[in-house]
Design a protein around this ligand. Structure first.
Ligand code: 5GP
Length: 201
């Protein structure tokens, strides 16, 4: 069986990654990795579904035990991608999506150069601020910190493979699906297809 594609989606807090990811995985052909974090759960978030919520000690033990594909600190908390789930799903032939911040994304690219890095950007900073305030899940201090972080992250778009502007959720989802399809059609990802076509496999 062919291995799945590893797709990394980053973008500022409030860019709409969660909504876009939910629509994308609804089709069933993508597996969304569940990260571990030391951040406290937000209202309605469930352990094992949104995140694996860990104490700092538990997280640091996971680091020491090499359980992460990547991990990073973001606004005072640890976030990391558990390696086992990603490998299992890729081996099953599923396309795996990691919704992670920029430092983690570059760690993944370094370890897995075949990964596809997509930056999901808001149409403007003004829109981003309105979304973060409207979401009402963070204090004004946290919102200010996340906006400052967004300004830094936007400067890293050039290091990504693709950029998608989330002006309209359905269009952003369609863009990501097109990117994935094109990546799957790369000749370099289809080594040996000539033998299959010739029937000499
Ligand atoms: P939030 O606290 O809003 O859920 O997430 C904060 C940031 O951490 C977001 O940019 C999100 O993409 C990122 N993030 C979530 N999980 C991971 C992870 O496993 N690794 C890294 N590096 N970043 C993550």
């Amino acid at each position: 069986m062919d291995k799945g594609l590893l797709i990394v989606v980053s973008g500022p807090s409030g860019a709409g990654k969660g909504t876009v990811m939910n629509k994308l995985i609804a089709g069933g052909d993508y597996a969304l990795s569940v990260s571990a974090t030391t951040r406290s759960p937000r209202e309605g978030e469930q352990d094992g579904i949104n995140y694996f919520f860990k104490t700092r000690e538990e997280f640091e033990k996971m680091i020491a035990d090499n359980e992460f594909l990547e991990y990073a600190r973001f606004c005072g908390n640890y976030y990391g991608t558990p390696l086992s789930y990603v490998n299992q799903k890729l081996d099953e032939g599923k396309n795996v999506i990691l919704e992670i911040e920029v430092k983690g994304a570059f760690q993944v690219k370094e370890k897995c150069p075949e990964a596809v890095l997509i930056f999901l950007a808001p149409p403007s900073m003004k829109e981003l601020e309105e979304r973060l305030v409207g979401r009402g899940t963070e204090s004004p201090e946290v919102i200010a910190e996340r906006l400052a972080r967004a300004m830094e992250e936007l400067d890293l778009i050039d290091d990504y493979d693709y950029v998608v502007i989330n002006d309209d959720v359905d269009e952003a989802v369609a863009d990501i699906r097109s990117i994935v399809k094109a990546e799957q059609r790369r000749a370099a990802r289809n080594i040996g297809i000539n033998k299959k076509i010739k029937g000499v496999d």
